[in-house]
Design a protein around this ligand. Structure first.
Ligand code: ATP
Ligand code: MG
Length: 205
């Protein structure tokens, strides 16, 4: 009998707000890597960001849920928001591993900027032992991903992979700036997220 391993994608982020760059990337990884589902996990207290400047987790969770609801393969988890203290990816991965069968394979999805930083992450080698990393790339950063893989030796070769779909040039920072400066964010975020941002008066200062 052929073993039917589940393959689950994990998209961690601040999602302040979630935008189509996140959604297009997650869907591209799902298709390219034949995943059964992708779980979006909004961070509660991002260790690499200044907490005071991050929008309330509840708003970020609601926007993430609205942005993903129409895709039957996408789900949102409050796992990091429910856990006190800073959110370290390795704690999340261990918690998810407990929820699934031991044969389940996890694929952590990151953008080009995040993959360049992973060598600074808490217990990164242990993390690479537990899940795959799929990195979106920006045009011109081909060598950088190779360098990162090399940095981790055999583990890097086995566990860090490239996403062939190139990254869209969209960031939450740019969307927040646009809202603040009264510039349209139409089509950069789903319509529901756009309406929610204005209704809740987010990013005005
Ligand atoms: P900010 O500008 O506030 O840092 P962001 O747009 O980078 O926001 P995050 O929530 O920080 O969004 O990112 C979550 C994950 O999504 C990270 O791995 C990041 O690299 C990735 N990501 C962000 N934007 C894109 C994009 N346009 N294409 C592909 N991946 C992206
Ligand atoms: Mg970012």
């Amino acid at each position: 009998m052929v073993e039917n391993k589940r393959r689950i994608g994990i998209m961690g982020g601040t999602f302040d707000p979630i935008h189509i760059g996140h959604l297009v990337t997650a869907e591209a990884v799902r298709v390219e890597y034949n995943l059964d589902e992708v779980i979006f996990i909004p961070a509660a207290n991002p260790p690499h960001k200044n907490e005071a400047n991050v929008t309330k987790a509840m708003h970020r969770y609601i926007m993430t849920a609205m942005a993903t609801y129409s895709n039957p393969f996408f789900h949102v988890s409050a796992i990091e928001m429910e856990r006190p203290g800073p959110s370290y990816t390795i704690d999340t991965i261990y918690a998810l591993k407990k929820q699934y069968d031991s044969s389940t394979e996890l694929f952590f999805i990151t953008g080009a900027d995040t993959i360049q930083e992973i060598s600074t992450w808490d217990r990164i080698e242990e993390l690479l032992g537990l899940c795959h990393f799929i990195a979106a790339t920006r045009q011109g950063c081909k060598t950088t991903l190779e360098q990162i893989k090399q940095h981790f030796g055999d583990l890097g070769k086995k566990k860090i992979h490239r996403l062939n779909t190139p990254e869209l040039e969209i960031s939450s920072t740019d969307i927040r700036d646009k809202v603040k400066n009264n510039i349209s964010i139409k089509y950069l975020v789903p319509e529901s997220v756009e309406k929610y941002i204005y209704k809740e008066r987010l990013y005005l200062e």
